[in-house]
Design a protein around this ligand. Structure first.
Ligand code: CP
Length: 308
């Protein structure tokens, strides 16, 4: 792996290898074992959208690895005044050892990677959120000690970046995946192309408008906010179109008895998830948030560390 731009680019072996390293780094972190794999290295972090988890977990993560973070708001960079991403990539490649970017267009991340001579990590675009889903898979594997054969369902906006990355990541590790979303919020065509290829090879996948069909016998239920970061102008329309695509007690009745509920956060209680379900599953939701730290440290070590 040279970059982490989207899970579509990653092999199953690469994903599992990141999860294995994330487990090891989590163990070392909990046992105060020094793991300075990136001593003396720096990560430039370009943010064009708000963030709590991604920003703080990458900043503390590189610090724990012996390196240094540089938070670069697009408002302060010349990129915010129109300097081409190509020139930003070539300049920053001469100062830092890796780049993280959170932005709107996937094309911007792909261009950054094409022009940079250092690894680029996607910290979320409108299209996908690969770091989030690596942490999600890590959290599921911690609970069930396996991924293959489990049923994962996503309830809500099928056009959401986390939903699309879960579809790809879940199928790549052998999970059954089901998505319930309205016709107004369907997955990206390139993700459906991948899904259809996996179905042809025997994968189990369901795309439905019926939340109960998607959730039936699920081991893990995911949701995300109805309105993604940076698209707040769509909030009222999304509320109307996504009403009913909610994780609540009635929905969980049709899942497996020990169902795990995951939410990438931030959550809007009363929209995509009820306050009761959120609080009852808060331990596993915040374990998922913690695992952003460990999974992303693994990504940085794999991409920015010394190669064998
Ligand atoms: N889940 C997630 O990416 O959180 P932030 O937007 O706070 O980074």
């Amino acid at each position: 792996m040279k970059h982490l731009l989207k899970l579509l680019d990653c092999s199953t072996e690469e994903i599992l290898s990141i999860l294995d390293m994330a487990d090891q780094l989590k163990y070392e972190n909990k046992h105060n074992i020094t793991h300075h794999h990136l001593a003396g290295k720096s990560l430039g972090m370009i943010f064009e959208k708000s963030s709590t988890r991604t920003r703080v977990s990458f900043e503390t993560g590189i610090y724990q690895l012996g390196g240094q973070p540089l938070f670069l708001s697009s408002r302060d960079l010349q990129i915010g005044r129109g300097e081409p991403v190509e020139d930003t990539a070539r300049t920053l490649s001469r100062y830092v050892h890796g780049l993280l970017i959170r932005t709107y267009a996937q094309d911007e991340v792909e261009t950054l990677a094409k022009c940079a001579s250092i690894p680029v990590i996607n910290g979320m675009t409108d299209f996908c959120h690969p770091c989030q889903v690596l942490a999600d898979l890590m959290t599921i594997r911690e609970k069930f000690a396996q991924l293959e054969g489990l049923k994962l369902c996503f309830i809500g906006d099928g056009h959401d970046n986390v939903a699309n990355s879960l579809m790809v990541g879940g199928l790549k590790v052998g999970m059954e995946v089901a998505v319930a979303s309205p016709s107004t919020h369907q997955p990206y065509p390139e993700v459906m192309d991948f899904v259809n290829g996996e179905i042809a090879k025997g994968a189990k996948f369901t795309l439905t408008e019926d939340v109960y069909e998607a959730a039936k016998n699920a081991d893990v239920v995911f949701t995300d906010v109805w309105t993604s970061t940076g698209h707040e102008d769509m909030r009222e329309e999304n509320r109307r179109q996504l009403a009913g695509y909610q994780v609540n007690h009635e929905l969980l009745e049709v899942c497996k008895p020990e169902v795990m509920v995951q939410h990438c956060l931030p959550a809007v209680r009363g929209e995509e998830i009820t306050a009761e379900v959120f609080e009852e599953h808060a331990d596993e939701i915040f374990e998922e948030a913690e695992n952003r730290l460990h999974a992303q440290k693994a990504v940085m070590v794999k991409l920015m560390g010394e190669q064998d």
